[in-house]
Design a protein around this ligand. Sequence first.
Ligand code: SF4
Length: 348
Amino acid sequence: MHHISKKEAGGRRQAAGGRTSDVGGFRRRILAWYRKHKRDLPWRRTRDPYRVWISEIMLQQTRVAAVIPYYERFLKRFPDVNALASAPEQELLAAWAGLGYYSRARNLQRAAQRIRQLGGFPREYSVLRSLPGVGDYTAAAIASIAFDLPHAVLDGNVLRVLSRFTGERGNVDSVPVRNRLRAVAEQVLDRKRTGEFNQALMELGALVCLPKQPQCRECPVERQCVARELGMQNELPVKSIRPGAKRVEKELLVIERAGKILIWQRPQENRRLAGFWELPEPDQLAGAKLGPRIGQFRHTIVNTSFLCHVFRASLVLVPEGFHWLAKSRIHRVPLSTTAKKALACLED
Ligand code: SF4
């Protein structure tokens, strides 16, 4: 991988996009913009590796606004590695319920147990990268944000900014193009403040260099940007076309008796949502009598978009494997998001 020398960094050079560019100026403008415009997010008020790590894992597949309340609650409940390592699984899953992708919570706990074995939070990229649930991006984010180690992050935001900035016309899902952009990210990284710089590039992608309609007029590096100069900012980055989401309809039953709701638990060997509690579906309860429909909602999981219809129902004989749970205790067990959304229809 090509690293820019100090001499190169100070002067004008040929950037990876083939355009003359001032790397030092690029860094200065990005950082100055970031200091002025960055959002005040709870995980930006700390460099504690435990907190940085939790935030990065939560942000992997969930939007910033949705993560904030979970992040704060989770840290109250599990304030450090030890608390997380020894948390009962049901409590951990209950704290995670709603964020989805529950393997993330399980990996967090396995990683916390590993960190406890190591006797403290690792500071080396290779050890961070070896923790369960930590990939290239997350290891680089923790290494740079918590420890200022020289690792560039390459998430979707950074890929977008750099592919536009350099005018990269290759498919960003392909390995050679990704490697090219990784080399650019390493090259432009401000090695004195890697954590701040990485966050600045990601923030630029999140707030200005938007997927649709980038706000180039607000952009601190507009005058250096190849895509902007060529008017190609809406055509880049080039990506593989992904198949559209599959649509599936399903029915969920709310069966209430004496202030209790009928639910069932997914077995531990389930690939998805193991240990989570669900509402029954009609084909699980042959004898159920459907009552009125009390609501409907959409829920998307990976590449499937569910349209869920929620019905009240009644039942005489409860088959094995189902349990009555008092409504007042519902928030104490890990409920799947669809069950939570369906039960919210009771309040409408
Ligand atoms: S000028 Fe526009 S396209 Fe280029 S980096 Fe800035 S926001 Fe993105």
